[in-house]
Ligand binder design. Sequence first.
Ligand code: ADP
Ligand code: MG
Length: 230
Amino acid sequence: ERAREILESGARRGSNRLGVEAMELLDAYGIPTPQGDVVSSPVEAEAIAEEIGDDVVMKIVSPDILHKSDIGGVEVGVPVEDVRDTYEDLVVRARNYQEDATILGVQVQEMVDLDNGVETILGMNRDPQFGPLLLFGLGGIFVEVLEDNTVSVAPVSETEARGMLDDIDSAPLLRGARGRDPVDEATLVETIQRLSQLVTDFPAIVELDINPLVATPDGVQAVDLRLTLD
Ligand code: ADP
Ligand code: MG
């Protein structure tokens, strides 16, 4: 099946760490990802942006760069007319960071509505004793600062997945604090269960992070993925 192929082709390339290459894995499990693609030239990047038809997000794709925004490897809100220049900028920044970095290309992605969304993190760490531990919490730039998260052993039932939402201190944020619309909780719960299924099906995945998983009133979007195979 498709999901298995994705992991195997990643493993064949000799890297046990996958990022955007594995986004399709999420799609295969019904976890939505923003529209877009990885390209290897400025002109192709522009074509994708035109297809998306709005401002885009652009990210450097390199196995040597784990935290893309730390090195200026993420540009949000790029208008189509700036896409070609931004492509070059991202590559220059990656080279400045590490001269011999392997650069696979640039990911051009549809913008997700962060103003009406909450950046969460949904991840998994395989514990030798307990098995796959799912982690859910507040994500994005707050992840290290606030450390608001909860852990549950996979596979999780619907009740357990819902309990993970209740568990975090920021739960009111998901439920529409400060006059915001509440996020689509049912989809969020379903997404936790889908990831639970994915990591149960693939014991070879030892670690996985969707950060951020943006939760909005209309559903969720897995914006960034990183995983490690054993
Ligand atoms: P990294 O974690 O490697 O720095 P991310 O892909 O998580 O890279 O991007 C960093 C931040 O940029 C995200 O936490 C989010 O705030 C913002 N961002 C990334 N992709 C999008 C997107 N498609 N729409 C809106 N904001 C985005
Ligand atoms: Mg990230």
